[in-house]
Every structure is written in structure tokens, then in C-alpha cells.
Design a protein around this ligand. Structure first.
Ligand code: ZN
Length: 501
């Protein structure tokens, strides 16, 4: 086989596996939106078959042969071909290092653990979940050992979500971030100013919310000719393939924030998916860079833009038209303060921009300790509550509102949490860069114009696909790698103004 033939074959296989896996994505979307209740067992069979076939295709020895033929030196460094080969090799190497028996065991245990977790959470029964958490930690530790790592087993798991990032790197950035956030949040807590939260808990008819959120998603650049918005209990974005990106939300008729900011968040993910170069679909060049970068796109639109003052200068008059009985008597400043309320709270998914990252840092520290063996699963509730008190000045009244609140551990997703805060950090860095490279962006927003920012993100963040690591992408765009200072400065300015600090 010539190296040209090997490359052609490698790409053909990569695209075919992606097409197959996208069929699973359509079924997964359907499962969470419109599938009838009784179909769940059969859907499980369909999904398992597709997952197995995709896995077989990506780990086929033929892929290994192509990679061996291509070697390291046959392609010009950093050429598109070299990037594709490098990334396919990386995924292949990881996949073949994992014994089939371990992969199947993780799939089996995490399916069951999710069911147990759901019940344990609703009954506030940590002891019921504990043996499953033990199994998960042991299996993920075995996974880390099989994949291999230099310093900490966590590196092997984090690398799957945030290629190239290490626990040590994240630990340094998170420690600096936490040192700045804890006093900022304490100062907010002591401020005499309080927003009128009640404004957001008035009557917000679902149809009006739907139309309003859809209009905002369209305005920021989500293409409804190439996407849909539907309803689910747990909102998500699924980039199925070129021309097809599905986002979902849930509507609460008595709370404005939930659906609206949820839609902006998922639309941000969707704009990224829609902005990936479709000609490279199914290859690394057409894939997202990392989960941290993915999350930076959702947080940028949701928070940096969507919770900003200028955004609402444009949208608030429209909001008053859409919800006349709820907002007719509310001045813009009161609304703006209400949607930006900050206060320590127990639940991560309900947290504001300032406190959110502390929730992540807490989970990151616990995961490190679980994997290294310093923390036993049995001691998780006590350790959680102790840390929570230290960071937030609150103690969860029960485990349901403490260590049992998130699905991630039951899914085997150790190593996933940091990507949320990496997203917030990158979002702040990217927003700064866009503002310095594009003059007058805030004026655009006040006029309901988001095209210049969206095009800039398309060019700088979306088009490169997975051609480099997240830290390097940030470096290329902003001139600096991952840093905590831009996010801290942004939060200080914003909440300093709101709470008169
Ligand atoms: Zn997200």
C-alpha cells in the first residue's frame, strides 16, 4: 500500500464511521424528544448495535495498518493530512489500549449505575449508590491505567474530553480562580443591594417564551434551516452532521431564565456545530476542538453576550411586548439585575456566573482524590459537605442537594466537570480578543446585530476544527494560553457594578 492509498483508505473509514455514528445521534435525539415510552427497550438494542459497529470500524486492524504505512514522517508537518492522521492515530491508540472486556464492563455498570443513582437521588439514599460509585471509580482507574499517564491517573481521563490538558495544569488555574472568587462572592453576599427576583417568577406563557427564545437564537446566528429546537427534560445540543443540528430546552411557565438562557446556551453550542467545515465532516479537521472550547461557545453567547446590558437594550422592549403582564411595569435596570442575581446556592445547574465555577472546582478536587485513592467513596458525603461549607458558607441539608445532584459520576464521566469551567475561562478570553479586534461590538449588540461576532467566531474558533489543542487555539487567537485573569476581571466589573462593591 502506498502512503497515498493508505491516507485515502483511512479517511474513507473515518467518514464512514462518522456517518454510522450520526445515525445513532438521530436515534438518541428521538429517544429524548418524541419516542413513545414503550420503545425504550428496542431503542436500546438499536443503539447498542450501532455503538458496537462504530467501535469495530474505528478499531479495525486495517486502520492500524493504514496508520503504520503512513508513519510519522511521510506527511508535511501541520499539513491538513498530517493533522488528520495525528488525531485519528491518537483516537485509535487510545481505543486499542482498552481491553474489550473493560469497555463492555464500563458500559454495563454505568447503565445500571445511572438507574440506581436516579432512585438514590430521589430517595436521598447515598448508601444505595455507594457500591456503584465504588465500581465506577475502580473501573475508571483501570481505564486510566490501561491508557497510561505520566503524573496523575486523572490525566488519562481528562484527555478524552480536553485533549492535551493535564490535572496539574487545571489545578494551577483553578486554584488561582478560586482564590479570587471566594472573596468576591463573600463581598456580594454582604452587599445591601438585592435584585427583585420575583420579576422572573411571574407568569411567562410557554408559547410566548418559545417564540421569544427562537427569535433570539435566530438573531445570534443559529440557522433554523439547518437545525431544530425541541423540548426535553435535560436540554442538550446534538450536532448530527452537516445541515442538521438539534437543540432542546424546557419551559417553566413561572420562571423566565430557565428556557431563555438555556436556548442561548444550546444555540451557542449549535452555532459551533453549524460552523464546523462541512467538507471535512467525519474527519478531525471537521470535528470540534475539545469540550472546553465547545462550552466556551455556549457560555459566550449565554453569559458574556446574553446576560449583558447591551443585549437587553435591544431585546428588552421586545420582551415587554412578548410578556406584557409580567414585565409591563418593570424598568430595564431591574430586569437586568434580576437576570444577573448572584448568591451561593446548593445546585450547580442553577448557579449564577460568579458562583458556578466553585461548584466545578469542588467536584474536580473530589474526583482527583477519588482516583488517587485518597478519598473513599463511602466518605464522599462528609467530604462534600465540609468542602461546600468552606467554599460557599453553606452546608447542604441532604445528599440530594449535595453529592447526589449530578448524573456525571454514575455515567462514568470522571474528568468531564473541569471542561465547564475551562469553557467559562476560554469564553472570557475570546470575548476580550473579539472586542479588541472588532471595534464597537457592544454598539452592535445594542442594535441587535450579532453577525460580526458570529463571523469572527466562525473564522477563528469553528473553522480550525480539531487542528490544534484548546490551549494552543486560545494562544493563536488571543496571544495567550489559558488564564484565569480575564474571567475574574469580567466578573469583578460586572458584579462590582451590580452590587456596588
Ligand atoms: Zn453546555
Amino acid at each position: 500500500m502506498t502512503s497515498e492509498a493508505a491516507y485515502t483508505e483511512l479517511i474513507r473509514r473515518s467518514k464512514e464511521a462518522a456517518v454510522l455514528s450520526s445515525c445513532g445521534a438521530v436515534l438518541g435525539w428521538d429517544e429524548r424528544t418524541y419516542m413513545p415510552h414503550n420503545a425504550s427497550e428496542f431503542r436500546g438494542e438499536q443503539m447498542a448495535l450501532l455503538a458496537r459497529m462504530t467501535h469495530e470500524m474505528t478499531t479495525d486492524p486495517k486502520v492500524g495498518e493504514c496508520l503504520a504505512t503512513l508513519g510519522d514522517s511521510s506527511l508535511a508537518k501541520d499539513s491538513p493530512e498530517a493533522i488528520n492522521v495525528r488525531e485519528i492515530r491518537r483516537a485509535y491508540d487510545r481505543a486499542v489500549k482498552l481491553p474489550k472486556e473493560l469497555v463492555e464492563e464500563i458500559a454495563r455498570v454505568s447503565t445500571r449505575a445511572q438507574q440506581v443513582w436516579q432512585e438514590a437521588r430521589s430517595k436521598n439514599d447515598f448508601p444505595a449508590f455507594q457500591p456503584w460509585l465504588e465500581k465506577i471509580v475502580t473501573l475508571k482507574r483501570r481505564e486510566a491505567d490501561a491508557v497510561g499517564f505520566k503524573e496523575h491517573p486523572y490525566d488519562a481521563l481528562l484527555d478524552e474530553y480536553e485533549p492535551g490538558a493535564t490535572a496539574a495544569q487545571v489545578r494551577v488555574v483553578f486554584a488561582s480562580l478560586s482564590a479570587e472568587l471566594v472573596p468576591l462572592i463573600a463581598a456580594i453576599g454582604q452587599s445591601k443591594r438585592r435584585p427583585k427576583r420575583e420579576i422572573l417568577e411571574r407568569e411567562y406563557p410557554v408559547e410566548a417564551q418559545q417564540a421569544f427564545a427562537k427569535a433570539a437564537a435566530t438573531a445570534i446566528g443559529f440557522d433554523f434551516q439547518a437545525g431544530r429546537l425541541d423540548v426535553t427534560t435535560h436540554p442538550f445540543c446534538s450536532g448530527i452532521g452537516p445541515g442538521d443540528c438539534r437543540i432542546t430546552t424546557r419551559y417553566n411557565p413561572r420562571f423566565f431564565n430557565e428556557a431563555f438562557f438555556g436556548v442561548l446556551h444550546e444555540a451557542g453550542h449549535g452555532i459551533y456545530e453549524q460552523g464546523l467545515p462541512s467538507e471535512h465532516f467525519g474527519t478531525p479537521l471537521g470535528s470540534y476542538c475539545s469540550l472546553g472550547i465547545h462550552e466556551s461557545q455556549s457560555r459566550l453567547w449565554e453569559n458574556q453576550v446574553g446576560r449583558g446590558r447591551t443585549f437587553w437594550e435591544h431585546f428588552y422592549p421586545k420582551a415587554r411586548q412578548a410578556f406584557p403582564s409580567a414585565l409591563g411595569d418593570v424598568p430595564l435596570d431591574d430586569f437586568y439585575f434580576a437576570i444577573n442575581e448572584a448568591r451561593p446556592s446548593l445546585i450547580r445547574v442553577e448557579a449564577d456566573e460568579a458562583t458556578y465555577n466553585l461548584h466545578i472546582i469542588l467536584r474536580f478536587e473530589m474526583e482527583l482524590a477519588l482516583l488517587s485513592g485518597d478519598l473513599k467513596p463511602a466518605d464522599v458525603p462528609g467530604a462534600w459537605n465540609e468542602r461546600f461549607q468552606k467554599m460557599f458558607g453553606l452546608t447542604p441539608p441532604d445528599d440530594r442537594q449535595g453529592c447526589l445532584q449530578d448524573i456525571h459520576w454514575s455515567m462514568g464521566g470522571l474528568g468531564y466537570f473541569p471542561t465547564y469551567t475551562l469553557g467559562n475561562l476560554y469564553a472570557a478570553q475570546l470575548m476580550n480578543a473579539s472586542k479588541s479586534q472588532l471595534q464597537g461590538l457592544e454598539t452592535d449588540f445594542a442594535q441587535g446585530e450579532f453577525g460580526r461576532l458570529k463571523n469572527w467566531l466562525n473564522e477563528k474558533v469553528h473553522k480550525p476544527g480539531r487542528s490544534c489543542r484548546s490551549d494552543e487555539l486560545c494562544q493563536r487567537i488571543t496571544g495567550e494560553g489559558l488564564r484565569h485573569e480575564p474571567l475574574v476581571a469580567y466578573l469583578r466589573t460586572k458584579f462590582g457594578d451590580l452590587y456596588d462593591l
